[in-house]
Write a protein that binds this ligand. Structure first.
Ligand SMILES: [Zn+2]
Length: 325
């Protein structure tokens, strides 16, 4: 059985990895990405980087079964286009599939980053062996990948899983998307950081840990809350409250076996996030839906960058059921 090539295009970096179907990585690389750069030029550089990787590893392209690309939304997955994600404005209409297909002569599959990370957690991480799971990215923004009945839910034009923009308050805080009250406006890293810099006491513990109000990020809130700082604890309570509202909606809509939470929630950990979150969800959802529900941190961490694209390639080749092993 051949190899899989995964390419993970993020807002600030690109990672690429060569792996087998068991997720064992044979070679990898990454480089920073200037989010204001030109998408076509960035893609040319990615092609050159991957060519270099294959050459150094002594790997011929015809031993690669498929190429999988994880990239931000919006995109046209059928046409293989990235369509100007807010965090990559220079990628306005970039034909990822056509360019990589022409360069390497292998099948290319494209998936949005949340779906790609959900596939990775399903296949190799916290959702291994399950057939119903929801994965929330919880980084700068909030995206979701949904596996229901053992299938990746893609929705019309690949638009399913925009849980970050489902309202948790009305009318609520303004969101970067133009709407108000979106989950992302409360628990997204960018929105939360903006709020923290505005509201954290200038002489408080959070600002002290950050070295000044304008350097505060959610990392400093988590650290201050671990020390018992009242402002930080209240901020985490607010984070958990809004997240719980969204999770309850997901529980009633999808009845998942497991909800996997990414970066910020994972960093906050069991005591500050997962335990209070489980309790809120348990109180607000029917017992038969909440009883065996697991709400857990993502298991892959930094490995996601290697495995997300690889899992997109695998999913493209074998379809759903890739998570069953
Ligand atoms: Zn929004």
């Amino acid at each position: 059985m051949g190899r899989l090539l995964g390419i993970d295009i993020g807002g600030t970096k690109v990672a690429w990895a060569l792996a087998d179907r068991s997720g064992s990585v044979e070679a990898r690389g990454r480089r920073p990405l200037d989010p204001s750069g030109d998408g076509e030029q960035d893609l040319d550089r990615i092609v050159a980087d991957v060519e270099g990787l294959l050459e150094r590893a002594g790997v011929a392209t015809d031993t690669i079964d498929a190429i999988g690309v994880s990239a931000p939304s919006p995109q046209d997955p059928d046409a293989g286009l990235v369509l100007g994600p807010p965090n990559l404005p220079g990628w306005a209409q970039v034909a990822v599939r056509a360019r990589l297909g022409a360069a390497f002569g292998r099948p290319v599959f494209l998936e949005n980053d949340a779906n790609a990370a959900a596939l990775a957690e399903w296949r190799f991480g916290a959702g291994r062996g399950r057939s119903d799971l929801v994965y929330l990215t919880m980084s700068t923004g909030v995206g979701a990948g949904i596996i229901a009945g053992g299938r990746l839910v893609q929705g019309r034009a690949g638009g399913a899983g925009e849980v970050g923009h489902a309202p948790v308050e009305h009318p609520g805080e303004p969101c970067a998307c133009g709407l108000r009250g979106c989950l992302e406006a409360y628990v997204g890293g960018a929105a939360w950081t903006k709020r923290l810099r505005r509201t954290a006491p200038a002489t408080g513990r959070v600002a002290a840990l950050a070295g000044g109000s304008q350097a505060i990020t959610p990392v400093h809130v988590v650290a201050a809350a671990q020390e018992g700082d009242a402002f930080a604890c209240a901020e985490l309570e607010r984070f958990n409250e809004y997240l719980a509202r969204a999770l309850v909606g997901l529980v009633f809509t999808l009845a998942p076996e497991v909800i996997v939470l990414g970066t910020i929630a994972s960093a906050a950990g069991e005591r500050l996030c997962f335990a209070p979150l489980r309790e809120k969800v348990r109180q607000r959802a029917w017992e038969r839906l909440a009883r065996d529900l697991e709400i857990v941190p993502a298991a892959l961490g930094e490995q996601t960058a290697d495995l997300a694209g690889v899992c997109v390639a695998l999913h493209g080749l074998v379809g759903d059921g890739g998570g069953a092993s």
